[in-house]
Design a protein around this ligand. Structure first.
Ligand SMILES: Cc1cc2nc3c(=O)[nH]c(=O)nc-3n(C[C@H](O)[C@H](O)[C@H](O)COP(=O)(O)OP(=O)(O)OC[C@H]3O[C@@H](n4cnc5c(N)ncnc54)[C@H](O)[C@@H]3O)c2cc1C
Length: 306
C-alpha cells in the first residue's frame, strides 16, 4: 500500500516548485496516480511510504488544451478520456482517439494523464507511441534562481530506457505540443496478456495522409512499443512507403521489414508475428480513414487483416 505523511495540492507552478524545494529528497510528484498506486502493492514494490506526495494535476499550465494556428498544446495533466470526448482535439490529433479507446477503461481514462504515461516510461506504454507518431515535443519546467524556466525537446529524445527519461529531479513535465494533422487518418493496434484492462505487450500507432489522387501516401508516421527498451518510430519503413504507389504489395513489404525491428529479449517470434500483422492492419485502417482509394486496398485484402 502507498502511504504518505502529507498530500499537497499546489494550485500554481510556483507553489509546486516551493513544495519540491521544501521537501527535497522526500517527495514524489503525482498526477492521476494510476501508475503509482498499483506499483505500491504486493508483488511489485510492496508497501511504500513516501513522506510527501505533491499532486500537480490541478495546476492550470498542466491543464491547457488548445488547438490554434496548426498546433496543439496539451497540458501534461490532460486525461486520456479527453481524446474521446473533445471533438476538436480528436480532429486535430486523429490517432489519439484510437489509442484512447484501447486505453484501460472509462474510470482509469478519467484519471490517467498523458504526462504520467510519458514520465512512467514503460516500454509498452500506449500514449508514448501514439504521441511519437504525432511528432510530439515535450515542455519541461523548473525554477532557477527564483525564475520559472522551460526547455523543450522532441518526445523521441525523452525516454532513455525503461522507467528512465531526460526529466531532471527538479523538473515538471508541463506540456506536450504537436502539429495538428486534420487530413491524416489514424489507427492504433494493441495486444496484451489479459482480456480486459490490457496493458500492451505490443502496440503499433499509424498516421497517414493520402495525396490528391488517392493512390499515393503523402505522409506516413509509424511508431511501435513493446519490442525494445523504449517506444520508437519506424522511420526507414515510413520513408520507403512515401516513395511508392499504394498497393497491397508495398503494405506487405512494409509489414515484413517491421518484424526485423523486434529487439525484446523475450517472446521474439511472437512479437515479430504480431508486429507484422499490426503494421499491416494499422496502415490499411489509417489509409482508408485518410481517403485511400478502395480500388487499391481490395475488400479481400482488408478482410484478411481485419
Ligand atoms: C487498471 C489500469 C489499466 C491501465 N491501462 C493502461 C493502458 O491501457 N495503457 C497504458 O499505457 N497505461 C495503462 N495504465 C497505466 C497508467 O494508467 C498510465 O501510464 C497513466 O497514463 C499514468 O498517468 P498518471 O497521471 O496516473 O500517473 P501517476 O501514477 O500519477 O504518475 C506516474 C509517474 O509519473 C510522474 N509524473 C506524473 N505526472 C508528471 C508530470 N507532469 N511531471 C513530472 N512527473 C510526473 C510521477 O511522479 C510518477 O513517477 C493502466 C493502469 C491501470 C491501473
Amino acid at each position: 500500500m502507498l502511504t504518505c505523511d502529507d498530500y499537497l495540492t499546489p494550485v500554481t507552478l510556483g507553489e509546486a516548485f516551493d513544495a519540491m524545494e521544501n521537501h527535497r529528497g522526500v517527495y514524489r510528484l503525482v498526477a492521476g496516480a494510476t501508475d503509482i498506486l498499483p506499483w505500491a502493492r504486493e508483488g511489485r514494490a510492496g508497501d511504500v511510504h513516501i513522506p510527501v506526495l505533491i499532486d500537480i494535476a490541478g495546476i492550470p499550465e498542466l491543464n491547457v488544451r488548445e488547438v490554434a494556428g496548426g498546433n496543439v498544446r496539451l497540458g501534461a495533466a490532460t486525461r486520456f478520456q479527453r481524446f474521446l470526448d473533445d471533438k476538436t482535439l480528436a480532429a486535430a490529433l486523429p490517432l489519439m482517439p484510437f489509442c484512447a479507446v484501447w486505453f484501460a477503461d472509462d474510470q482509469i481514462r478519467e484519471s490517467a494523464t498523458i504526462g504520467g504515461n510519458l514520465v512512467n516510461a514503460s516500454p509498452a506504454a500506449d500514449g508514448t507511441p501514439a504521441l511519437l507518431a504525432h511528432d510530439a515535443r515535450v515542455v519541461l519546467s523548473s525554477r532557477k534562481a527564483g525564475k520559472i524556466v522551460q526547455r523543450t525537446m522532441p518526445l523521441s529524445e525523452f525516454a532513455t530506457g525503461p522507467s528512465n527519461t531526460m526529466l531532471a529531479a527538479d523538473e515538471i513535465l508541463v506540456e506536450v505540443q504537436c502539429p495538428a494533422l486534420p487530413k491524416h487518418g489514424g489507427a492504433f493496434e494493441k495486444v496484451g496478456h489479459r482480456r480486459s484492462l490490457v496493458i500492451s505487450t505490443v502496440c503499433v500507432a499509424a498516421l497517414v495522409e493520402i495525396d490528391a489522387t488517392g493512390e499515393r501516401f503523402a505522409d506516413v508516421k509509424l511508431a511501435v512499443a513493446g519490442i525494445g527498451p523504449v517506444p520508437r518510430r519506424m522511420t526507414a519503413i515510413e520513408e520507403a512507403l512515401k516513395t511508392k504507389a499504394l498497393s497491397s504489395a508495398i503494405l506487405e513489404d512494409a509489414a515484413d521489414s517491421a518484424g526485423d525491428l523486434v529487439a525484446s529479449r523475450t517472446r521474439q517470434d511472437y512479437r515479430r508475428e504480431v508486429v507484422r500483422g499490426f503494421v499491416l492492419r494499422a496502415l490499411i485502417n489509417a489509409a482508408l480513414r485518410a481517403g485511400a482509394s478502395t480500388k487499391l486496398i481490395s475488400r479481400e485484402f482488408e478482410a484478411k487483416y481485419a
